[in-house]
Design a protein around this ligand. Sequence first.
Ligand SMILES: O=C(CO)[C@H](O)[C@H](O)COP(=O)(O)O
Length: 216
Amino acid sequence: MSHLIAPSILAGDLANLIKDIEMLNKSDADWIHVDIMDGVFVPNISFGFPVLEAINRYASKPLDVHLMIIKPDRYIRRFKEAGTSNLIVHTEACTHLHRTIQAIKQEGMQAGVALNPYTAVNNLEEIIRDIDQVLIMSVNPGFGGQKFIEHTYQKIENTRNLIDKSGSKAIIEVDGGINLSNAVRLIELGADILVAGSSVFESSNPTKTIATLKAL
Ligand SMILES: O=C(CO)[C@H](O)[C@H](O)COP(=O)(O)O
């Protein structure tokens, strides 16, 4: 498949979300990436259900929701009701990851698992056939605008090998510090979805930056 682009709305103008959502609706973006942070799993708080529901009212593209929260099991149905298409949980935040993945699928959402930069890809060996997406964090989660961690390239290769070896159909998403300089290598190594926040919303022409990332 050709790669997908999922701009991260966290880097948008949160006081004028409609403007950015309408821009994304008209752009080459495939999904809208939404970061939910609880101030416990990560040292930052972003937004919750009211904001997600508001985004969903205006977005015409699937919502790719990245949960940086502990015990995500408590809220799976609510995320579905709020308009989520793909729900991604952190393996580090789940006590019973398999149960959580089953619950996400039962609600009819695509199920993704995210790995912090220090978490090895082989942690996914026993779950890889049950999930739809692997989210490789290329920064420590919690903040936009951080520097890309170079070791991510190796992790993409490891993830691609694990998927190929296992026969899983999971797709690989990369998130954090992605820009026009590192995107090509990520795609060449097997990344299927690029999440980009600051490099899109801080550029002089976000629509054009999305189109350029998509055309790589
Ligand atoms: O998950 C995230 C932070 O935890 C963000 O999606 C990610 O950092 C994207 O922002 P940027 O492209 O500015 O790094």
